[in-house]
Design a protein around this ligand. Structure first.
Ligand code: SF4
Length: 504
């Protein structure tokens, strides 16, 4: 068989995900290939380019590009991108999404990111309707245009995207149709290299819906022919002059190219050199002072001997397949941090798939909180935890709320001094005096959660011991690594001795 040559763009495409889902005649393929060409030409280090998409037909782009990326929730591409850029200022962050996602549901984020002049590029594909969900009226649908939810014609005035982002503060704004592929590529190239909030609007046909609904007014429905006959290039046009009317001309060009200090410039002025937050020790690492401030006042019960339960055994729940884990307690015990440590250990060091969800009350200290993980050898389609096989509960409220969720034969660790288990519940309960060990042996109650993680590691195979040690070192505040490793070791040994039937 004849060998199929690689396409020059294959390097930047996740070819294993092709063929794409877009309809025949859709303009999204052209928009994507213009972006890929511009990016390849830009000379940017591809290891430092991140792509973020929201939901919709255009939102698929992040999944098709072989770049670090996020396919985020509806309308929230810009907040995700903002977080990325703030956490790692070295990244070139690109948001690639549709008009519905960016201008309606995410409209507020769009104008505020432009106002702040966040250093990122936004590629907005405007097909005048919500394509993926059935062709509903959207924020850029021209007045009188028909959609599935405006069968007699749209009553509303649409947003003019260039004017909106210009008024909000964008530094570079251009608009092209997919027919203007070379000019479009050039504008994307410029936008990628422009400091500040740069926006390229791409007018793109949705032949399946918008074009079909408006065939009459779009002169037969040949969208590219329509673009050819109705688009005018006017680089000097003022953004407020480039409204798009149904059946009217489409003014294209580079409308804005100005200099303004970016948010990052101002940040740098105020705080000095900008570095990735990992370098600054900020990534999941609250300062030791912050950690200390979370110590909470709790009363240990009168000391009582903790009997080694006869039913403790290593639990082979995580070795294969999937396991759900829940950690619970109250704010200030480091429950959320514990979840992140377990998740990071399983995902980064054991190489498994992990999801993590959290719930906590409005109080920063003392309120109920819980974190739930799914750890699996396969992709996890839905992160909701319903039947954990392993739980560690460190408050009476968490025990009361969650203990009945434990799967039959599951492992339930409780803080021996803070939880009184229900004697009628037929469950595999292992009391670990984590808070007592942390306070009386290690001198810091704040590490009780890590003592508990040591016990959890010893009694189950949810995560490997080596992965947990690495994850703890990566996650705890600088300067507390030794204390936390001691806490982990103590919890681990305590549980191992229980297993061996020795006095802990
Ligand atoms: S529904 Fe419209 S926008 Fe979505 S893929 Fe099909 S043609 Fe493209």
């Amino acid at each position: 068989m004849e060998e199929i040559e690689r396409h020059p763009m294959d390097e930047l495409l996740r070819t294993e995900r092709l063929p794409h889902i877009w309809c025949p005649g859709c303009g999204l393929g052209t928009a994507l290939s213009c972006f890929v060409s511009a990016l390849m030409r830009s000379g940017l280090d591809l290891n430092k380019v991140a792509i973020v998409s929201g939901i919709g037909c255009t939102g698929r782009v992040a999944g098709y590009l072989r770049l670090d990326g996020f396919h985020t929730t509806h309308g929230r591409a810009i907040p995700f991108a903002t977080g990325l850029k703030l956490a790692n200022p070295d990244l070139k962050v690109v948001v690639f999404s549709g008009d519905g996602d960016l201008v309606a549901i995410g409209g507020n984020h769009l104008i505020h990111a432009a106002r702040r002049n966040m250093d990122m590029t936004v590629i907005c594909v405007n097909n005048f309707n919500y394509g993926m969900t059935g062709g509903q009226v959207g924020p850029t649908t021209p007045t009188e245009a028909r959609t599935s939810t405006s069968p007699r014609g749209n009553l509303e005035h649409p947003f003019n995207i260039p004017n909106l982002v210009f008024a909000a503060g964008a530094t570079y704004v251009a608009r092209w149709t997919v027919l203007h592929a070379r000019r479009l590529e050039r504008s994307i190239y410029k936008a990628l290299l422009k400091p500040g909030f740069s926006v390229v609007e791409i007018i793109s046909p949705c032949p399946t819906l918008y074009v079909r609904f408006n065939r009459k007014r779009l002169e037969g429905g040949d969208a590219l022919k329509y673009y050819q006959e109705h688009s005018v290039i006017r680089h000097d046009a003022k953004p407020w002059e480039v409204d798009i009317e149904l059946g009217g001309e489409i003014i294209c060009g580079e409308f804005v190219d100005i200099e303004r200090p970016t948010f990052q410039n101002r940040l740098q002025e105020m705080y000095g050199e900008l570095r990735p937050c990992e370098d600054l020790g900020l990534l999941h690492r609250p300062s030791a002072e912050v950690a200390t401030s979370f110590e909470v006042e709790i009363e240990l019960r009168e000391e009582k001997p903790v009997a080694a339960p006869t039913r403790v055994k290593p639990l082979a729940v995580g070795g294969a397949g999937r396991v759900e884990v829940r950690l619970g307690g109250f704010g200030g015990q480091g429950i959320i941090l514990s979840g992140k440590i377990v998740g990071k250990a399983a995902a980064l060091y054991d190489g498994r798939e992990v999801t993590l969800t959290q719930s906590y009350g409005p109080e920063s200290r003392g309120g109920a909180c819980s974190t739930a993980l799914i750890i699996s050898d396969e992709a996890i389609p839905y992160p909701h935890v319903t039947r954990p096989a392993v739980m560690a509960l460190m408050s009476q409220e968490a025990y009361t709320t969650y203990h009945s969720q434990l799967t039959e034969g599951g492992l339930l660790l409780i803080d021996a001094d803070l939880v009184e288990p229900d004697p009628s519940a037929d469950q595999h309960v292992v009391p670990i005096p984590a808070t007592r060990i942390a306070e009386q042996e290690l001198g810091r109650r704040i590490v009780a959660n890590i003592v508990m993680l040591g016990a959890l590691t010893a009694l189950s195979d949810v995560v490997s011991e080596e992965a947990m040690r690495k994850s703890i070192l990566e996650s705890v505040p600088k300067g507390t690594e030794e204390l936390n490793m001691k806490a982990f070791q103590r919890g681990y040994e305590y549980a191992k001795r229980m297993l061996a039937g020795e006095s802990a």
